[in-house]
Design a protein around this ligand. Sequence first.
Ligand code: SAH
Length: 371
Amino acid sequence: MNSALARDKQAINLLNFDRKGLADFFIGIGEKPFRATQILKWVYQLQVYDFDLMTNLSKSLRTYLKENCTITPPSILLEQKASDGTRKWVLQMDCDNRVEMVFIPEQNRGTLCVSSQVGCALACTFCSTAQQGFNRNLTVAEIIGQVLVAQQQLGDQGKVTNVVMMGMGEPLLNFNNVVAAMNLMMDDFAYGLSKRRVTISTSGVVPAMYRLTEMSDVSLAVSLHAVNDELRNELVPINNKYPLQELLAACKDNVENSPRRKITFEYVMLAGVNDSMQDARNMIKLLKDIPSKINLIPFNPFPGTSYLCSSAEVIDGFRNILLGAGLVTTIRKTRGEDIDAACGQLVGKVIDKSRRHIKIQAQQGGMNHAV
Ligand code: SAH
């Protein structure tokens, strides 16, 4: 191995630290903690990664950083642009590990959908990422690096104004790294996004939801998808461990001390499975004590799935029942249809096809909702 490679292997990637972590790092090498804010500004506000260009650092510190540290975001393996402006990238993390991120431009905002893990361990039956199994947690650098890469790619053509942790993986099962990365997204010295513009989506890892409420005030979205335990056990198997009443208690705890806050409940519309008008009425009863917004998501099909998306009429009818009860309800617009923009789908295409084929067969065997 040549010396540059040997250095890179051991180099500390500064993208792995939030402000507190960086301050501790600088104290550890005998520097003042304010170096942390200087580095954050160079990296996240000015997109400067070259220590030589960081002119407000002493020469000796620059030399130290060059010899021991690096600022290395993930690299892009593949990019796709949809006709509606949606952009999707597959990022190469290390030899076998790839994740996706999606940028969705709208009139007044640009939302980046960020991944938290390579694959997912949770096995939700309607989710394409679940079919790929779980490989590993992403590091802080690999999570915040997605925002850096997206912003760099967008240049003057767009701005990341919102981040949703709704890409691949279950963010609350990679708790520390996700919280540190979200701290950077909200830190005024880094990205400075408001807490209303950073959303974490969870399938319902209840103990981690309580911890999150204690440690961070990011917005919370919960993947509900069913309004009774029997069906939710099947669609979102973590419900077997943390059933609806426990999930809803954790949701209540999240909003209790923040009077204006609402939880977003995501609900994928699966034809003949969870989309009856009785389901809508049961949802009203279930959520009556929780300040809620409902986001109905048309199911995004992928190869090998047996589910079908509910018809537009059924989705409208479902929404009207919720609206009639005063629940704020939106239907997620399908974006980037021509590029498989639902997370997990593109990586699914580039991973080893035979491995995937076997997994799909195994899953179909265990699925009750062939339609
Ligand atoms: N693990 C987290 C975040 C990942 S997915 C969670 O479960 O919330 C973000 C959202 O997309 C979740 O609500 C998820 O249930 C939904 N989703 C997954 N696959 C989908 C598909 N094929 N069509 C529509 N929505 C899907």
